[in-house]
Ligand binder design. Structure first.
Ligand SMILES: Cc1cc2nc3c(=O)[nH]c(=O)nc-3n(C[C@H](O)[C@H](O)[C@H](O)COP(=O)(O)OP(=O)(O)OC[C@H]3O[C@@H](n4cnc5c(N)ncnc54)[C@H](O)[C@@H]3O)c2cc1C
Length: 393
């Protein structure tokens, strides 16, 4: 059976690994990047840790696996009637079963100036660009160096804002800058981590305050200009605004509107087998499922569709998809995490250990034990290109 998987992220890589060495399947994994990105560690790359923890070459997962071919291409068009997908240079790929695992992209909700002036932490390029900017600002002594703004108090915004405090102290000391600074976390909703239980959110807010992060709730961003972020109560002068607040579905679905009918949130409705139609599965961030938007869901979806394929291949009966509630482990500053596991909560250093173990579990699940441990270790390895900071590590 020819299985074509589009997207070399959590869902796509997991699905391809599950079908690896299964002779009945001839697998093509097509991705527009030649590497897998571990998003959960992007905030660490932005704040001085090695990018090697985040960007892992796809080929590292599939070395010596004869039935999985990794192809770098961007899929732009689908022709379901011919069981074909088309790449950007016109190459075409035929499938018996297609798995779309293309993830989500940043959206700015049309807010003026954000796209032009804000930084991001959705990709490794964005994280490294932010880190470079933080250092360049210090080297060039730009004005408005005192305010650093993170927009969006979801998990990514909380992780970044809290880690920024310690990182900025460290690099400002290296650059001999003693002036005070602020890290502001701006959120449109009435609590940090808007999707989480209020008691959990409150604990995280208290921790943020203890670290020195200034939290603004009920504060929707109105616009950004070259040197300020504009809020309902006035502006904050800043040349470092990081936008973490908006994601939307991959544009591939809009580009192929005749085939996909995106829901209001942009995700695609799937049936009880995660299918759009009998030969096309949609998984991960792109599918309209209960816990879509989490890496853990993308992995769960990949495990489901590959077991469905194996069942179909054996002509065994099919089981319906059941969503699985994720565990939330959110780092809030160095060596402190808040963990929400069903009804249980863990805060502090033990939470941080749980979070690091979750990172490790993912790496050794995807890679060999030795390679997985090596990549995991990069999470504590310092990495600086800044000529001042690299000397003072
Ligand atoms: C900063 C950040 C932190 C996060 N932290 C966590 C966390 O701690 N825990 C958690 O569970 N989740 C976390 N998430 C969410 C998690 O990363 C996503 O839910 C997960 O990546 C979704 O997996 P996916 O397979 O759907 O898509 P992705 O992992 O995004 O993979 C999509 C892949 O498709 C490729 N692609 C896209 N378009 C095309 C195309 N047209 N043709 C070919 N290839 C294409 C992309 O290059 C990418 O490789 C975080 C996300 C971010 C941004």
């Amino acid at each position: 059976m020819r299985v074509v998987i589009v997207g070399g992220g959590f869902g796509g890589v997991r699905a391809a690994l599950n079908l690896a060495k299964k002779e009945a399947f001839e697998v093509k994994l097509i991705s527009d990047r030649s590497y897998f990105e571990y998003h959960a560690a992007l905030y660490r790359s932005a704040t001085g840790r090695s990018p090697l923890e985040v960007a892992i070459p796809l080929i590292d997962f599939f070395r010596d696996i004869p039935n999985v071919e990794v192809i770098k291409d961007q899929i732009v068009k689908l022709e379901p009637n011919n069981s074909l997908i088309i790449g950007e240079a016109g190459s075409s790929y035929k499938y018996d079963k297609l798995i779309l695992a293309v993830g989500s992209v940043t959206q700015y909700f049309g807010i003026s100036g954000l796209k032009e002036y804000s930084y991001g932490v959705k990709t490794i390029q964005e994280a490294l660009e932010l880190k470079r900017h933080l250092h360049e600002d210090l080297i060039n002594h730009l004005p408005n160096l005192r305010h650093y703004v993170v927009v969006g108090a979801g998990a990514s915004g909380v992780e970044l804002a809290s880690e920024l405090v310690a990182y900025l102290k460290h690099i400002r000391k290296n650059h001999n800058i003693n002036q005070n600074f602020t890290v502001d976390l701006i959120e449109a909703a009435d609590q940090v981590l808007p999707a989480m239980p209020p008691d959990f959110s409150l604990k995280v807010k208290q921790r943020l305050k203890k670290l020195g992060v200034r939290v603004y709730l009920n504060t929707p961003v109105q616009a950004e200009s070259m040197d300020a972020i504009h809020l309902p109560g006035g502006e904050i002068k800043s040349q470092t605004v990081v936008w973490t607040a908006g994601l939307t579905n991959n544009p591939l679905f809009q580009q192929n509107k005749a085939i996909f009918k995106p829901e209001r949130n942009g995700k695609i409705k799937v049936n009880e087998y995660l299918e759009l139609s009998p030969h096309i599965y949609i998984i991960g961030d792109s599918a309209q499922t209960k816990f879509s938007g989490m890496a853990q869901t993308a992995l769960h979806d990949a495990n489901y569709v590959t077991s469905d394929l194996l069942n179909q291949n054996k002509s065994a009966s099919r089981k319906k998809y059941q969503p699985k509630k994720p565990i939330y482990a959110i780092p809030v500053g160095p060596r402190w995490s808040a963990v929400l596991w069903g009804r249980g909560r863990v805060y502090g250093y033990s939470g941080w250990i749980l979070r690091r173990l979750a990172d490790l579990r993912l790496y050794i699940n995807f890679l060999s034990l030795v390679k997985g441990l090596t990549v995991w270790r990069y999470g504590i390895v310092l990495s600086e290109n800044c000529p001042v900071c690299s000397k003072k590590r």
